[in-house]
Design a protein around this ligand. Structure first.
Ligand code: MN
Length: 266
């Protein structure tokens, strides 16, 4: 029997702790390749590099660093590096959770989005970070859940147009209360967290700070699950169409378009 081919990527870079842990998590499940950015590309979102040349730096037979974004990495893995189409793409384990609106900024989730666009079952894993800088995050907890969920998903994946975003609370394995299947929650944004400081020459500079902690109360949201000590599993898809608004916007189709009678189809 052919072992499944598993592609590991991330947005924190090939040298990050999270990608090392994710590789270890999926190693028993198949033949594993790592293709990841050569440096941190967090909040790279779904960017594709089109204005500079890209280079692959091969570390050994299964590890490749690319001077591009997570989305570039998935494309290079599929079309340049891997011997065949992977059976599963896993992205992460991100240093920091990707909840609610975070998923639109996240390079970790975008790598999984790209996998899904290219027709491969894909999962993004993110680990909540401790509030105190000096504390170690519970990567051992993330490893356990990443392995379990990846194994289950390899044997029964969803349609590849759907990807799965998994968030793990920063707790020891014995303190996890279970798994909750969730939808994206909503943070309460009260003020834009842009911090203004002055450089040594008295000129202002700005730094985008952390997002708000408060969120809309909703027991089935990802934010609530993590807060309560559950692993959160959210199915996502890239069809951003808001279907309920289609019929209301159809009024636009009835506004006369100048010269429409003379315009050719195609
Ligand atoms: Mn990151």
């Amino acid at each position: 029997m052919i072992r499944p081919l598993i592609l590991v990527s991330n947005d924190d870079g090939i040298s990050s702790e999270g990608i090392r842990v994710l590789e270890e998590a999926v190693l028993p499940l198949g033949d594993v390749y790592v293709v990841a950015p050569d440096q941190e590309r967090s909040a790279a979102s779904h960017a594709l590099t089109i204005h500079k040349p890209l280079r692959i730096s091969q570390r050994d037979s299964r590890h490749f660093a690319l001077n591009g974004t997570p989305t570039d990495c998935i494309n290079f893995a599929l079309y340049v590096i891997l011997p065949r189409k992977p059976d599963l793409i896993v992205s992460g384990i991100n240093h920091g959770s990707n909840l609610a609106d975070d998923v639109t900024y996240s390079g970790t989730v975008s790598a999984a989005f790209e996998g899904s666009i290219l027709g491969i079952p894909s999962i993004a894993f993110s680990l909540q970070m401790p509030e105190e800088q000096e504390k170690q995050a519970h990567f051992e907890t993330a490893l356990l859940h990443a392995r379990q969920i990846s194994e289950m998903y390899l044997s029964s994946p969803l349609d590849s147009s759907v990807l799965v975003s998994v968030n793990i609370p920063d707790r020891s394995p014995g303190e996890i209360r279970g798994v909750r299947v969730t939808h994206l929650g909503k943070r309460l944004i009260n003020e834009t967290n842009i911090i203004r400081k002055e450089d040594p020459r008295g000129r202002p500079y700005y730094w985008i700070g952390m997002g708000p902690k408060d969120y809309e109360p909703d027991e089935s949201s990802d934010l609530h699950a993590i807060d309560q000590g559950f692993v959160s599993v959210t199915p996502l898809h890239l069809d951003l169409t808001h279907y309920p608004s289609l019929s209301r916007l159809r009024e636009l189709e009835r506004i006369p378009t100048p010269f429409a009678d003379k315009a050719e189809p195609g």
